[in-house]
Write a protein that binds this ligand. Structure first.
Ligand code: EPZ
Length: 418
């Protein structure tokens, strides 16, 4: 099978145990944070995904040395002097934008190629820039790049109009080295903010309130390198749990901080699954022995409500439900890219603006389908497991942005791949 295509013959039941990979969205801001202080950092359980590769390109662009041994990553930032980054990585993914906060924090100057938008939406960064400007940064919009300067950063009271994950991360990064106290009101509460704050605290930052809507930071003179374990990826875990629901399977996922799952266990139970959570062991198990129940209405929302990153996988599951469901996508303006591809597999889904009506009762069948973005691609793979016949999925390069080894994971969950 060619590199960027995946072939699955269904239907198959997902059955087995899996240790879930490290979190893409937790690891990326931690890599950005490394530019806040010179030293040698070690990250464990770091996922081997292309978005991490692109972020490491940017760090090397800045002058860092990078060494990888499996899931362990060593980054030496003692040579990181360059603040004008032209790396191809930034254009390819969103997370490069968090370099603004960390580079302004230590180097007081930064220039990055404009962060790539993507098919799920425009991805503006106005909240990032407004927050950093309140800390004293000045930005200049160049032809294809964004330049920022901050002679010295001063703490401020910042109110976010929307609990943007990236804006919260950028402001938090810069505030750790700003003079005085910063309070972020209306901050994002996602687990990725909590893990970033934990990493920054190990680096010597003074942070309180992460995981709530009000984060308080006391700026310090300098930070130092640290060693940290990246938490497992809650979205990868949720993807496989929804795959188990679709295939009538029985799975146990290990090394998953259950408090990172928010409302997901409740939604999985609403679909008809039997769920068990083991908080102390960071494990969750799921068993699905009945038809999928429809969900009358569900909207995506910031943590701890239902995550937009699992909306496509939930849609695929609801296509098989015993009645109609309604999903509203309230975070991104173009996150129904997967609908035409699911229709090719027999799903009856109609979308209008931010609302999708999923008729249910579909008997999914294998088809030639195309991943157009990361999470839609993963949803199509889950659908292919439940579908009758062969599915050939193109666009696996999108899936590899966030799923380290989805074929290997599926094999551990009892799936036979050709
Ligand atoms: C992060 O993106 C994640 N990416 C996304 O995951 C995730 O879907 C999103 O948070 C929401 O949870 C990373 O962590 C690398 P936002 P981010 O800022 O930070 C608008 C995946 O598949 N907005 O919370 O970009 C924005 O347009 C990816 O892993 C502004 O208007 O998300 C969007 O509608 C996809 N102005 C909404 O807020 C801003 O300055 C949420 O964006 C910033 C955001």
């Amino acid at each position: 099978m060619e590199e960027d295509r995946l072939e699955i013959v269904g239907p198959q039941r997902m059955c087995g145990e899996l240790l879930v990979q490290g979190s893409k969205n937790a690891a990326l801001p931690m890599l950005a944070a490394m530019l806040l202080a010179e030293g040698v950092y070690i990250l464990h359980h770091c996922p081997q995904i292309t978005d991490v590769d692109h972020m490491l390109e940017l760090l090397m662009d800045a002058g860092c040395l990078v060494h990888r041994e499996g899931h362990m990553l060593i980054v030496d930032t003692r040579g990181a002097e360059r603040c004008r980054l032209s790396g191809s990585g930034a254009g390819k993914m969103r997370a490069g934008v968090t370099l603004l906060g960390s580079m302004l924090g230590r180097m007081h100057e930064v220039e990055i190629p404009y962060p790539g938008g993507c098919t799920i939406g425009r991805r503006p960064i106005d909240l990032h820039l407004k927050g950093l400007e309140q800390l004293g940064a000045v930005f200049e919009h160049r032809e294809h790049a964004l330049a920022g300067y901050a002679k010295d950063l001063r703490g401020a009271d910042i109110v976010l109009d929307f609990p943007s994950v990236g804006a919260t991360e950028n402001i938090l990064l810069a505030a750790t080295l700003a003079k005085g106290r910063t309070v972020i009101h209306g901050a994002a509460r996602e687990p990725e903010i909590t893990s970033l704050a934990g990493f920054l605290r190990k680096m010597g930052a003074h942070i309180e309130g992460e995981g709530t809507a009000e984060i308080r930071v006391e700026g310090v003179e300098r930070l130092h390198a640290a060693e940290y374990i990246v938490p497992s990826d809650r979205i990868v875990a949720g993807t496989y749990l929804l795959g188990a629901v679709m295939t009538g399977g029985e799975v146990r996922l290990l090394h998953v901080p259950t408090q990172h799952l928010g409302v997901l266990p409740r939604i999985l139970a609403q679909l008809g699954a039997e769920i068990a959570l083991w908080e102390e062991q960071d494990e969750i198990s799921l068993k699905m022995e009945r038809r999928i129940h429809p969900i009358p209405y569900l909207a995506t929302a910031p943590f701890p409500d239902f995550p937009t990153d699992l909306q496509s996988a939930l849609m695929a599951a609801l296509a098989m439900a015993s009645g109609p469901s309604f999903l509203e996508e309230k975070i991104f303006e173009a996150r129904f890219q997967v609908v035409p591809e699911l229709r090719k597999m027999g799903a009856r889904i109609y979308e209008e603006d931010s609302l999708a009506v999923i008729e249910g009762e579909a008997r999914l069948r294998g088809a030639q389908v195309e991943a157009r973005e990361l999470r839609g691609g993963a949803a199509l793979i889950m659908a292919a497991l439940a579908a009758e016949g062969k599915t050939v999925l193109g666009g696996m390069e999108f899936v590899k942005r966030g799923y380290e080894d989805i074929q290997g994971d599926l094999k551990k969950l009892g799936i036979v791949l050709h």
